[in-house]
Design a protein around this ligand. Structure first.
Ligand code: AMP
Ligand code: MG
Length: 432
């Protein structure tokens, strides 16, 4: 076993995340066209504001199928002559004559001289004349030019995720090239002499490398672009070569080899490569050993800083550590403001008792169910309670608790069990 170094301080999860976010600034930008934006699985993040360059709607137009007229000409029950039709895409060639009306379709420009539209359902047309069942108010059923968007309006600010609504607005104002932050390129590598690829049957003493694949999926969900390297042996020379290759990225996520075992060389090799270690242990369960370092690459003007997350190899530890520390960093690199990088939190009520860890905050994997209080039925959902049931298989080597996990409960260290009904903080991993 290795002696613990003096700087092996144990950070709280909050301190660890704050340290990480200090090093995570949004990446530079690139221009992406609308088609690519709509095919992206996670929203891209705007790197520049969007100011409207045009008016929407561009001209007054009808909100209904019906008749365009002057409100003052309408007397309920008396006929008005119909002098033609204005269809969408076909503006009237002449102004409306007082005392007449024109059929008009939704989206068609309101003809000059008309100040109201009466909907078709309120009228009866026969032999070139129409009678109305209700009077008209000036302006009725007319969508005014610029009522939606005016030139110069600030429509979107940097840091906004480009979802379906944003895509709609960009296309409506005729912008097809959008400036968004670059997505982080993330290398994934797993270390361990015992590991074999997922498509190879493990021999004696061997296990399948599941972490690389689970982490790649997590990286993609967080907005990064994963690149998987082959399994790396617990051998400093092999690590040196693989790590140099891994550094061709914005971020590296490695699994295994960061604990105090005799063959846990990741930190030593990183130090040789010039990595500046920020911390190596976090007071939590699962996932206490966790190395976060940065490595400066190149020189000005092509200087870049690579962030390295050395996650523990235990499958649940690696996934939970990713969730709590790597995901927020990737989202920040993607361009989200710091206030938006973390998952939502909520207070939940325990549906089963929980035995806390003696010394460490335990992120307990749980399912969560929303139940209404029957005494308050019919009232808004703010009266609902989130009930949390811890999953079995809480061991840090147990992957099964990652199936169907909906929340990480924050169970503070303690000596006595938390009873059913106790309220605890939770990080919500899915919509409940
Ligand atoms: P380590 O962090 O390297 O000490 O590994 C801790 C435990 O996690 C050991 O039981 C490893 O066999 C297991 N492990 C390490 N890497 C992986 C991986 N990529 N996939 C699945 N299990 C792993
Ligand atoms: Mg190992």
């Amino acid at each position: 076993m290795k002696p613990l170094a003096a700087h092996d301080v144990l950070l709280s999860p909050e301190q660890a995340l704050a340290t990480i976010l200090l090093q995570a600034a949004p990446l530079g930008s690139e221009l992406v066209d609308l088609h690519e934006l709509t095919s992206s699985t996670v929203p891209r993040i705007l790197a520049a504001p969007l100011h409207a360059g045009r008016m929407l709607p561009p001209w007054d137009n009808s909100a209904m199928d019906g008749y365009a007229l002057r409100a003052a000409d309408v007397v309920v029950g008396l006929p008005l002559p119909v002098r033609g039709t204005v269809a969408a895409g076909h503006p009237a060639s002449q102004p409306l004559l007082p005392g007449t009306c024109l059929r008009i379709m939704t989206g068609a420009p309101v003809p000059e001289g008309a100040d109201a539209v009466i909907m078709r359902e309120e009228s009866e047309e026969a032999d070139g004349f129409v009678r109305f069942r209700s009077p008209a108010r000036p302006g009725q059923h007319i969508r005014r030019a610029g009522e939606d968007i005016r030139p110069g309006d600030l429509l979107l600010s940097p840091g906004t995720p480009v979802g379906p609504g944003e895509v709609g607005v960009f296309s409506a104002v005729g912008r097809t090239l959008i400036e968004v932050h670059r997505r982080p390129q993330v290398t994934v590598l797993s270390t361990g002499d015992e590991l074999v690829p997922a498509d190879v049957a493990p021999g004696p003493g061997q296990i399948t490398n599941s972490n690389s694949h689970a982490l790649a999926a997590q990286i993609r969900e967080a907005g990064g672009e994963p690149r998987l390297l082959p399994i790396v042996k617990d051998d400093p020379a092999a690590m040196r070569a693989a790590f140099a290759e891994a550094l061709m990225a914005d971020v590296v996520v490695s699994s295994g080899g960061v604990s105090v075992g005799q063959f846990d060389y990741v930190r030593d090799v990183l130090a040789e490569l010039g990595a500046v270690e920020q911390f190596s242990r976090v007071a939590m369960k699962p996932g206490k050993p966790l190395t976060f370092s940065y490595i400066n690459q190149g020189t000005e003007p092509r200087f870049r800083r690579v962030l390295w997350f050395g996650l523990p190899g235990n499958p649940a530890s690696s996934m939970v550590s990713f969730e709590l520390f790597v995901r927020p960093a990737l989202r920040r690199l993607c361009g989200l403001p710091e206030s938006a990088v973390q998952r939502p939190r909520a207070w939940v009520t325990l549906a089963q008792p929980i035995e806390p860890d003696r010394s460490r905050l335990h992120f307990t994997r749980a399912r969560v169910e929303r139940r209404s209080d029957p005494a308050l039925s019919g009232t808004p959902s703010t009266s609902d309670t989130l009930w949390a049931t811890p999953l079995a298989w809480q061991g840090s080597g147990m992957l099964r608790s990652m199936l169907g996990v909906q929340a990480l409960l924050h169970i503070p260290p303690g000596n006595s069990p938390l009873p059913v009904g106790a309220r605890v903080q939770a990080t919500l991993l899915s919509l409940i």
